[in-house]
Design a protein around this ligand. Structure first.
Ligand code: FDA
Length: 405
């Protein structure tokens, strides 16, 4: 039996960072991961350049960028460890980075830079703290007694007064995602919010999608929305047609809000008064077909797909009935369609849902009814938007926990 101050299970974004924070406070930490590779999700994130945070994150209004049963839960941790704090750390380690659109920060070279930085932070410095890593080491069982948490692993038994669960959630099983964190939460009596894939491409039934399958590869800026009334959510982003459905940032974002069986609405020409423009073209006596007029405002393949089936639109626009033109404009501005599902955890960047935040302290991430047991990162029911928000939650929740150990 080996004794430590804290055991962290999961050496991903949250686990690695938390272990480093704790070691710098002088603690002896054991960091365990069943995978042989460290922080594989960081490595593949942001197209290999890791979108590590977002400058637009405002901790005072977390509900703007985070989803969860209680979107205010993440406020305290995000306010105490901000994007500015992480950017400062990145600067201290001399990692070149740049801002893309909408406040997203990426490494110039590679996501490896972030992993190396997190490993270096695990050094403990002058504090006397340390992080021992057991990698490619499965956890067989966790028991709790007066002596603390006993973790039974491939490398033998380890014990600590404090146990941190940073095993992420269900997205991308191919690189090591498991439901371990959810099972452990249940074992200790914590509630779970039903998990589902988030930031994921949406799919449509084969026959219904056939007319659009030929558009695969086409990308364009759209406004996409779902939900009704006050709960309606919309994003202005790029959409990508795929062979099985829709993807691109607009769809990934809306997928986290989409409820099965409900429609999404897509405006394929946002900010353009198509009805007015088509009416103007007709008034000017244009002898071009509607499809040719449309190509001034949208990709020609899309214009073709939306006007090809209406014989009234195959004539010069000056001869096209007003009704056919306004109906065309309406169909383009409000394309309503109901996905039959999503590409699932195989392709989802995150898991929506997870350990119920009612059972955790928002100050420390400790289980309210199970002293010494902490949950951080994606395993918790806090899901960020695309754009660096999920990593910032991993850093902030890890920091809150690491300070409390
Ligand atoms: P994470 O999944 O990083 O780590 C969990 C660790 O626990 C893993 O190392 C795993 O092997 C280990 N583990 C799991 N089960 C275990 C078990 N039973 N025993 C022992 N160990 C176990 N976010 C963002 O902000 N910007 C971005 O650019 C991207 N890009 C991106 C791309 C892709 C393709 C994906 C899939 C995801 C993203 N994300 C992202 C999301 C981001 O990667 C995610 O939110 C964080 O990695 C979550 O950090 P965690 O540490 O909670 O889990």
């Amino acid at each position: 039996m080996q004794d430590f101050d804290a055991i962290v299970i999961g050496a991903g974004a949250a686990g690695l960072f938390c272990a480093g924070v704790a070691a710098q406070r002088g603690l002896s930490v054991l960091l365990i991961d069943h995978s042989a590779k460290l922080a594989e999700k960081i490595r593949i994130s942001g197209g290999g350049r890791c979108n590590f945070t977002n400058r637009e994150l405002d901790p005072a209004t977390p509900q703007q960028h985070f989803i969860g049963q209680n979107p205010h839960f993440c406020r305290s941790a995000l306010a105490r460890y901000t994007p500015g704090d992480f950017i400062e750390l990145v600067r201290r380690h001399g990692i070149p980075h740049h801002e893309k659109h909408k406040g997203q920060l990426f490494c110039d070279r590679s996501a490896e830079d972030i992993i190396e930085m997190l490993v270096a932070e695990c050094g403990g410095g002058a504090s006397g703290g340390s992080v021992l890593r057991w990698m490619a080491c499965a956890v067989k069982a966790v028991r709790h007694s007066d002596a603390g948490y006993e973790v039974d692993t491939d490398n033998g038994l380890a014990r600590a007064r404090q146990l941190v669960v940073a095993t992420g959630a269900l997205s991308i099983p191919k690189i090591g995602a498991t439901d371990f964190g959810f099972r452990l939460a249940k074992q200790f009596g914590l509630r779970l919010v039903e998990p589902r894939p988030g930031l994921v491409p949406l799919t449509f039934d084969g026959a219904g999608w056939a007319p659009f399958a030929g558009l695969a590869g086409l990308a364009l800026p759209v406004r996409v929305s779902t939900g009704s009334g006050k709960a309606r959510t919309a994003f202005l982003e790029d959409l990508l047609f795929t062979h099985r459905g829709l993807s691109g940032p607009a769809i990934l974002q809306i997928s986290s809000y989409w409820q099965e069986g409900t429609p999404i609405a897509v405006d394929l020409a946002p900010g353009t008064d198509l009805a007015g423009l088509l009416a103007q073209a007709k008034q000017s006596g244009s002898r071009k077909k509607a499809i040719n007029e449309l190509t001034a405002w949208m990709p020609s393949r899309l214009a073709e797909a939306w006007s090809a089936n209406d014989p009234a639109l195959q004539r010069p626009i000056v001869e096209a009935p007003d009704k056919a033109l306004s109906s065309l404009a309406q169909r383009i501005a409000r394309w309503e369609l109901t996905p039959n599902g999503s590409e699932g955890y195989r392709k989802a960047e995150v898991t929506v849902g997870g350990v119920d935040t009612r059972d955790l302290s928002s100050q420390t991430m400790e289980a309210r009814a199970q002293p010494g047991l902490f949950f951080i990162g994606e395993v918790v029911d806090v899901t960020g938007w695309l754009g660096g928000y999920n990593f910032q939650w991993a850093w902030a929740s890890a920091h809150a926990c690491g300070q409390a150990l």
